[in-house]
Write a protein that binds this ligand. Structure first.
Ligand code: G6P
Length: 616
């Protein structure tokens, strides 16, 4: 939530800031703003409500003098509506200092009162302006921006990343973070700060992590990192694993469409190097080795799409490794006094690695003695840093706010974990593990087939659904999490009321919603699966058809039983019971995207949402 970029160096600061903000816009798009210090010592700011394009047009019409020190911000509003006045940067020290912020300063009201009592006046309704005025006041007394930042963060409560610059100190940007993201980009004679590496990957792939409660001061030729008390701290450099073009549209009409098309690759890359001669190789988990044989329970945490991937992880881990698995929404977990011990493995699932609800749940689990493993798609992010071990998904940068390719990559990583657990705990023998891995390795090719056969078909029939007000999704067993994911995607991007139900639950209530014309999308398990779910789901279809529902079935290619009862059948290739969701989910992603597109909506930046939710 909120994207942050900082730059010191010889190049056009405005270009660097706008380029960085463009790549961070997925974090929020209520307003955007920049501050730039010219070589003549003039601090210029420009900020506009609305998406970044509005700010960029404004700068085209009335250019701001360029310089070599700057900060930029794209906002997801928390305190104060999305107006020009509430947009960042905010100013302190009589307009000589500019500050941007991501997060929430929880004690801002009390601090604001102190400032008001001392005679300060405010121009915005934000919590951020408090920090700008406070850093300005301390800078006036100390003449040192890093010291000013240290003194102020010591008084702030909540979660925040702050970047600050001052017109008296050209070539310096100071940043601080607590429970909110910030990464350093290391250039040659230039340095960068960003909410994530996307902010600067166009300029450098060398990056450095900053820990919690740390302060960084960047100059063109140096980077200093200290704790909040000013003591130097060890740093860790890493190389960004993807390049700038991976985070560009590359001719696709939307990031969402591009990212759906990358779902086969996301699975393939997450498997790459992790399967050898029919066995799972996960050196990332070496630190947990003893723990993995010792654990008696797994708890999977996540929000939104990541939680649904976690539900599929439960089915797989319980089937293969015979360990009880609970799946819980991160934000519910720590407030209900969960039972944890050193024999509990808490697996967090997060594309961004920054979701505050999940981060706080992981910290809580650690504090209460559990072992923690993060499944994450973003290098240098906070949740992996806070966990005992990390298994990265390699879906590549996901820019569209609604998660698609990250979902299949998360499921793949959870399945690898499940098979690894089964191997180390001896619940599956080598041949059984190899057989499951073979199924998993066949998924990318089958996904290619799904994309090829379904994309245009779904696009064709979505127009007749264009004015629909409500869609229900039904699935059973592993189809249930997929139904939930299909409904979430439709809500997120097409703003259509949608609910996912376990098909068996239908008769216990939801069937009352069925009236003539109600659209129901049903995930039908293959008749070739040994479980007996296929005829039950087909019966469910008949029950809702009898009450006037219009049914779109997602069914296996060879399934002859479904067509007579469905208005449309989307065909997917055969996959074993646990693997079918990886195929069935793709038509649902396409469906949501096509329906939103037919309604003329921006599928990449849906209203009210942000991709990385860094507030609780
Ligand atoms: C937000 C996004 C969802 C995403 C969820 C979890 O709500 O809008 O698309 O699934 O956060 O994000 P994470 O980065 O933790 O996977």
């Amino acid at each position: 939530m909120c994207g942050i970029v900082g730059y010191v160096g010889p190049n056009s600061t405005i270009d660097v800031l706008l380029g960085g903000l463009k790549r961070l816009e997925y974090r929020g798009y209520d307003s955007a703003g920049i501050a730039v210090l010219t070589d003549e010592g003039h601090l210029g700011t420009r900020k506009r409500a609305g998406k970044l394009g509005i700010l960029a047009d404004d700068l085209d019409e009335a250019p701001l003098p360029d310089g070599h020190t700057g900060i930029g911000h794209t906002r997801w509003a928390t305190h104060g509506g999305p107006t020009d006045g509430n947009a960042h940067p905010h100013l302190g020290d009589d307009g000589k200092l500019a500050l941007i912020h991501n997060g929430i300063i929880e004690n801002f009201a009390e601090l604001k009162q102190e400032l008001v009592d001392a005679g300060a006046s405010f121009t915005s309704e934000t919590d951020t302006e408090v920090a700008a005025l406070m850093v300005g006041d301390v800078y006036k007394k100390t003449g040192d921006l890093t010291t000013a930042m240290q003194r102020v963060v010591a008084r702030l409560e909540g979660a925040f990343t702050l970047l600050v610059m001052h017109q008296d100190v050209p070539g310096v940007v100071v940043g601080a973070r607590r429970n909110s993201p910030l990464v350093i980009g290391l250039g040659d004679g230039e340095n960068f700060l960003g909410s994530d590496v996307a902010a600067f990957v166009e300029h450098t792939k060398r990056a450095m992590e900053i820990g919690q409660d740390e302060i960084v001061t960047i100059r063109p030729g140096s980077v200093e990192v200290t704790d909040f008390a000013g003591n130097p701290v060890p740093t860790r450099e890493f190389e960004v694993a993807w390049d700038a073009t991976a985070a560009e549209k590359g001719g696709w009409p939307s990031f969402m469409k591009k990212e759906i098309s990358e779902e086969p690759e996301a699975v393939g890359k997450t498997l790459l190097g992790r399967v050898h001669e029919g066995a799972v190789t996960l050196p990332e988990l070496d630190d947990l080795t003893g723990a993995l044989t010792d654990i008696d329970r797994v708890v999977i945490l996540g929000c939104g799409t990541a939680a649904y991937a976690g539900m599929l992880g439960k089915y797989a881990i319980e089937t293969w490794a015979r360990i009880p698995v609970d799946v819980e929404l991160s934000h519910e977990f720590r407030y209900r006094d969960p039972v944890l011990s050193e024999r509990t493995l808490v697996v967090s699932v997060s594309q961004s690695g920054e979701t505050m609800d999940t981060l706080m749940a992981v910290k809580y689990a650690k504090e209460n003695g559990a072992r923690t493993l993060s499944i994450c798609n973003t290098q240098g992010s906070t949740i992996p840093r806070e966990s005992d071990a990390v298994l990265y998904t390699h879906a590549g940068p996901e820019v569209a706010v609604a998660s698609t390719k990250a979902f299949v990559a998360q499921v793949t990583a959870l399945y690898l974990l499940g098979l690894h657990l089964a191997a180390v705990r001896g619940t599956l023998d080598a041949a059984q593990v190899a057989a499951q891995l073979e199924e998993l390795q066949n998924i990318p090719a089958k996904l290619d087939q799904v994309l090829e056969s379904t994309a245009s078909r779904i696009a064709e029939f979505t127009p007749w659904l264009g004015d629909t007000q409500s869609v229900l999704f039904l699935g059973r067993h592993v189809g249930y999490p997929v139904a939930l994911e299909g409904a979430l995607k439709l809500k997120e991007v097409a703003y259509i009321h949608a609910e996912g139900f376990a098909a068996g639950e239908l008769k216990h209530g939801p069937i009352a919603l069925i009236e003539p014309g109600q659209i129901v999308i049903v995930l039908v398990p293959s008749p070739r699966h040994e479980n007996t779910l296929h005829p039950k789901v087909v019966s469910n279809i008949q029950e809702i058809r009898a009450r006037g529902a219009r049914v779109i079935a997602i069914a296996e290619l060879g399934d002859k039983a479904v067509a007579p009862f469905a208005d449309e059948v989307i065909r997917i290739p055969y996959a074993g019971p646990l693997f079918e969701p990886l195929l069935g989910v793709v038509p649902l992603h396409i469906f949501a995207m096509e329906l939103a597109t037919a309604k003329g909506l921006d599928v990449d930046q849906p209203r009210n949402l942000a991709k990385s939710v860094t507030v609780e």
